[in-house]
Design a protein around this ligand. Structure first.
Ligand code: HEC
Length: 163
């Protein structure tokens, strides 16, 4: 009789412990912003803050040092050079134009410059200035801030053409 009572008690304690553990697991859902290395405010929506992983945060540093002058409208030093260029460089967050271009294509134009891929020579070649990892990081940053958001394609795109 006594042992049965103890078994029932133990079961009850076990069940309540299991329930409380489950509650804790759901409560501890991590906030993506608290785990981010850096953030970027959505260029089109000041209410939205985009969390950046390590590589994207590296890319943000590169971007604001080398690319912001032509690929954004505002720079840390004031208005950009973008409106003076013809054709105007794409905004770095222009997902409607950039999402359909493969990482390899973007890597090539960033490394070799516009003229190497039949585009404007006003896009400088960065292959001598930046390491490949840094160029990849800038591309990761572009993908992170794209509006509409970028989705990784099921198959990688071709290397030497736009599509
Ligand atoms: C001096 C201005 C200037 C700077 C600085 C610059 N770019 Fe560009 N970029 C251009 C121009 C101009 C084009 C457009 C070429 C065209 O459309 O013919 C371009 C195009 C591009 C494209 C291709 C998008 C498309 O239109 O197909 C990518 C990707 C790119 N730039 C990346 C970068 C990165 C990464 C950096 C920094 C490391 C950078 N650019 C810095 C001027 C610049």
């Amino acid at each position: 009789m006594k042992t049965r009572l103890i078994v029932v008690l133990l079961l009850a304690v076990g069940a309540s412990l299991a329930a409380s553990c489950r509650e804790k697991l759901t409560a501890a859902k991590p906030d993506p912003l608290s785990r981010a290395y850096d953030t970027e405010q959505d260029w089109n929506d000041p209410q939205r803050v985009i969390p950046l992983n390590y590589q994207q945060a590296q890319g943000k540093r590169m971007f604001y040092q080398y690319c912001v002058w032509c690929h954004a409208d505002a720079t840390p030093a004031g208005p950009s050079n973008r409106s003076n260029l013809n054709p105007a460089p794409l905004l770095a967050n222009d997902g409607s134009a950039l999402n359909s271009l493969s990482d390899d294509y973007l890597r090539n134009i960033a490394t070799l410059g516009g003229s190497a891929v039949g585009k404007s020579a006003l896009m400088p070649p960065w292959g001598q200035t930046l390491k490949q990892d840094d160029i990849d990081a800038v591309i990761a940053f572009y993908r992170a801030i794209a509006q509409p958001p970028y989705q990784v394609p099921a198959r990688p795109g071709p290397k030497y053409s736009v599509r």
